[in-house]
Ligand binder design. Structure first.
Ligand SMILES: [Fe+2]
Length: 278
């Protein structure tokens, strides 16, 4: 464990009304949450403009989530887990939840999110995997991380690092920020487009953020099909497929393009990098 001064450079940006609306809508926040816990909204919206709470939605080809520097403390091979804490972990409990969308605002199922952050004292675990973990979005494109509010360390404002990757697509490396942090004004890497919405929840914090990946999508009459019950074909999660293998799914035939072990969310129609329609 080291206390470090992180040397990172990055861009700056601005909050767009569209982005804020999307975040609020897609986060599925209740009306009180939208009204109470969204300093980001306060930057651009008046009270009369606060959107109503709706089910996840996304209106158009919104700007992709901006990338940021990885910094010096990323480690590959983090454990797959949605919680980075246990009962003895010091720090203010924090949940971060949201959705991963593509350019057509359709949810991306099976997207990989790899989080890493400092502990309550502002230190990264560079020998082990404390406060490091990856997970995949579910069939609705949703994710949820249980952690603590990261501590501050010299040179940076409060932040959480994350890498996000749709199946078979390039990795987005970026960082998430907390509203109302004094150092947001002096950290040259800070980007308000990456502000989470955060609210208090009984001594804990609940944060929301939606990612928009630079993933082409074809707008359709319905969201990405959500497999329910039995998959319609020979494709099966947990199966190791090799290039050239063929399966059926939803009444169509597909050929495997890349060796992989199938998992929920990577059904052939959702994973064009893995499966070619026959
Ligand atoms: Fe950092």
């Amino acid at each position: 464990m080291d206390r470090n001064i992180e040397s990172e450079t990055g861009g700056t940006g601005h909050v767009t009304r569209k982005a804020v609306l999307r975040a609020a809508l897609a986060a599925g926040l209740t009306a009180p949450a939208v009204l109470m816990g969204v300093p980001a909204l306060a930057r651009t919206l008046t009270g009369s403009e606060v959107p109503p709470a709706l089910t996840p939605a996304c209106d158009d080809g919104d700007d992709p989530t901006p990338p940021q520097t990885e910094g010096p403390y990323f480690k590959p091979n983090s454990p797959r887990r949605t919680s980075l804490v246990d009962a003895s972990t010091p720090g203010t409990r924090l949940t971060v939840s949201g959705y991963v969308f593509g350019l057509a605002c359709r949810p991306v199922a099976g997207a990989l999110l790899d989080f890493w952050q400092a502990d309550v004292n502002g230190a990264y675990d560079n020998t082990g995997f404390r406060f490091r973990g990856h997970q995949f979005t579910d069939a609705s494109g949703a994710f949820r991380l249980s952690t603590i509010v990261p501590g501050l360390y010299p040179g940076r404002t409060r932040h959480i690092h994350v890498k996000v990757q749709a199946p078979g697509r390039p990795v987005l490396t970026t960082q998430l920020y907390f509203p109302g942090e004094p150092r947001n004004n002096t950290d040259s890497i800070f980007d308000p487009r990456l502000l989470m919405t955060v609210r208090d929840a009984g001594g804990a914090r609940e944060a929301a953020f939606d990612f928009v990946l630079n993933v082409p999508q074809h707008p359709g009459p319905s969201p990405t099909p959500t497999p329910t019950g039995t998959p319609g074909g020979t494709w099966a999660a947990g199966t190791a497929y090799r290039p050239g293998d063929s399966v059926t799914y939803g009444g169509r035939g597909y050929a495997c393009l890349q060796a992989h072990t199938a998992q929920a969310g990577w059904e052939p129609p959702n994973a064009p990098a893995l499966w070619r329609l026959l």
